[in-house]
Design a protein. Structure first.
Length: 112
């Protein structure tokens, strides 16, 4: 199954490497729950002066919306939560790990 995916970058330039990582992580989510009907990922720099900083430097906001039948699951990673979000790949990892847990809980509730 192919999940409809929308990826947006705000305050930073588009990065093929970051987009590829997001696509890999979305594909992994599908292994936990095959009923995903849509996915939206927003990567946003905390400050607008980070157009070339895709790795370390300024903190990143990550918003991950997953649509499943009857519900939308949302994960937000805010840079004020910790300094871990200064690396975009760490911020993505943390957001997708949280979404993985939410999907597993949702799937478990459906089976009950």
């Amino acid at each position: 199954m192919h999940i409809p995916l929308q990826i947006s970058f705000h305050g930073i330039d588009h990065s093929d490497a970051v987009e590829d990582r997001i696509r890999e992580k979305v594909a992994k989510l599908e292994t936990f729950f095959a009923g995903i009907t849509g996915c939206r990922v927003v990567v946003e720099a905390h400050h607008k002066n980070t157009s070339s900083a895709h790795h370390k430097g300024e903190p990143f906001h990550i918003t991950l919306n997953i649509s499943v039948p009857g519900k939308e699951l949302v994960v937000k990673r805010d840079p004020k939560d910790s300094h871990k979000n200064e690396d975009i790949y760490v911020a993505l990892r943390d957001a997708f790990q949280t979404m993985e847990r939410q999907l597993k809980e949702y799937a478990k509730k459906l089976k009950e």
